[in-house]
Design a protein around this ligand. Structure first.
Ligand code: NAD
Length: 471
């Protein structure tokens, strides 16, 4: 499938301007918030066999109003300066929205990782990390990368190792997040973005009045869902929604799509893809759709684009049948597409909110690295003993004794994964409450994205007032 050129930075700026027009913030401050503070463009050679390949790469730091800056690194043939600048801007607004105290950043390396061996990828990644370190573009208090499209825990461990070799220090491993748990990562980071998508959609679907306006029943259970992109974000979103009563009816990948109105099992689809190299020919009652993009137009309640930007535009927005579009990817809906969807009464849940689970749990990982202690280590046993004491009193008082299983459920102290997931859920619920409240209060604002931008812009503006301006 092909997606035509998408003006990503233009889209982010359009959304920003639409929201800024509803605020009373000083024009100069708005201009500063919108501007990308610094971009580092680099070219470096990597030896591949007997040949040398010149690799192009970028790191954009959109806003320094909070330090460090933070954002993923993407490996993609389509990586460009405009793309990383747009993604870095989104990171600024996203961090502000979910109260993660970072400025926004993003990196990109212009390669197709599928065309490289593991050894070659390691060489490219380490050289990129070295270039960032050389220019002071990485560090636990400066700029902290994380995974994005085409990268994961493995790449993050290479980056950490390269950085730490040149900059040892007690906080050095906080230079990057999304690391393997055995190397300073936090439990729950791998699936955090997908889990955040689930928590966000669950919260949105819990408002009976809002669901009624969309012609839907409240609750995520039983809702039919199509997911585009079966990578880190899309797969975990599908798996967790499936495990909690949602019905995954469609999966779209670059090689094609599958659709079954009765439901698909995400684990079985992933296994099939690993074994055959494709989601097509999955069977089990699913039909193959050769034109992957057209899968987005199949019947469902919720459509989750979790692959790339610019997939819903004025060309296909009028054909979408979903009532809710959950932007798990960054920038999947163009401003023209969004206008058509809003006019049709379709709810678009913006990326800067819905995929903020990744950066939220990255923040937890960074805190863990700086504090040098695993979440739950200090208080798990203490909480467990306190709960047991309370339970003992209640048992004496009521004369009823709980079974061991019931006791475990009541007295369980939080492990790291429990604390991380509960912190993530709290963040997603709290941020949605702010967006919804802003939407209710603002006059002539009819969509969640404009409301979310308004919340973020106000927060960043208040951080800028009287700061960063030298006399
Ligand atoms: P990924 O590389 O793990 O997965 C992306 C998937 O999309 C791959 O399986 C790929 O084959 C598929 N894909 C690519 N082009 C496609 C197309 N044209 N049609 C259908 N499928 C296509 O990447 P990811 O980390 O899951 O990121 C996906 C999106 O989520 C990106 O927009 C990214 O910026 C955003 N995001 C990621 C994170 C994170 O923590 N990884 C956090 C926030 C936002």
């Amino acid at each position: 499938m092909s997606v035509e050129h998408f003006d990503f930075i233009g889209a982010v700026d359009t959304y920003f301007d639409q929201a800024a027009a509803h605020t009373k913030i000083n024009k100069g401050i708005l201009e500063q918030i919108k501007a990308c503070n610094s971009v580092y463009y680099m070219k470096f050679p990597v030896k591949i066999g007997n040949d040398y390949k010149v690799v192009e790469a970028y790191r954009a730091q959109h806003s320094h109003h909070r330090m460090p800056t933070k954002g993923g690194i993407r490996y993609s043939e389509h990586a460009s300066q405009e793309e990383v600048m747009a993604l870095a801007a989104l990171m600024t607004y996203k961090c502000a929205l979910v109260d993660v105290p970072f400025g926004g950043a993003k990196g990109g390396i212009k390669i197709n990782p599928r065309n490289f061996t593991e050894g070659q990828l390691q060489r490219v990644t380490r050289r990129y990390a070295f270039e960032l370190a050389k220019k002071n573009f990485i560090g636990p208090g400066i700029d902290v990368p994380a995974p994005d499209m085409g990268t994961g825990a493995r790449e993050m461990s290479w980056i950490m190792d390269t950085y730490v070799s040149f900059n040892p220090g007690e906080n050095a491993i906080g230079c990057v997040t999304g690391k393997p748990v055995t190397q300073g990562g936090v439990r729950g980071r791998t699936e955090a973005t997908g889990r955040g998508v689930y928590y966000g959609l669950k919260e949105i679907c819990s408002y009976e009045k809002d669901m009624k306006e969309l012609g839907l029943e409240p609750g995520l259970e039983g809702k039919k869902v199509i997911v585009q992109g079966f990578g880190n974000v899309g797969y975990y979103a599908a798996e967790i929604i499936h495990d909690n009563g949602g019905i995954i009816v469609g999966v779209a990948e670059y090689e094609g799509a599958i659709y079954n109105p009765e439901g698909l099992d995400p684990r079985a689809v992933l296994k099939h893809r690993k074994e055959t190299g494709s989601i097509l020919n999955y069977g089990n009652g699913a039909k193959d759709i050769k034109d992957s993009l057209s899968c987005l137009e199949q019947p469902c309640d919720i459509l989750i684009p979790a692959a790339i930007e610019g997939v819903i535009t004025k060309k296909n927005a009028s054909k979408i049948k979903a009532k809710i579009i959950g932007e798990a990817a960054n920038g999947p809906v163009s401003p023209e597409g969004a206008k058509i969807l809003t006019k049709r009464g379709i709810m678009v849940v913006p990326d800067m909110y819905l995929n903020a689970g990744g950066v939220t749990v990255s923040y937890f990982e960074w805190l863990k690295n700086l504090s040098h202690v695993r979440f739950g280590r200090m208080n798990k046993r203490f909480n467990q003993a306190s709960f047991q004491n309370i339970l003992g009193v209640v048992e004496d008082f009521t004369g009823r004794t709980l079974t061991d299983k019931e006791k475990e459920a009541v007295t369980h102290g939080g492990d790291e994964i429990d604390i991380v997931n509960s912190g993530l859920e709290e963040t997603m619920i709290g941020a949605y409450a702010q967006i919804r409240e802003q939407l209710k209060r603002a006059r002539n604002v009819h969509d969640l994205r404009t409301a979310a931008f308004m919340v973020s812009i106000k927060k960043v503006a208040s951080a800028y007032e009287n700061l960063g301006v030298f006399p």
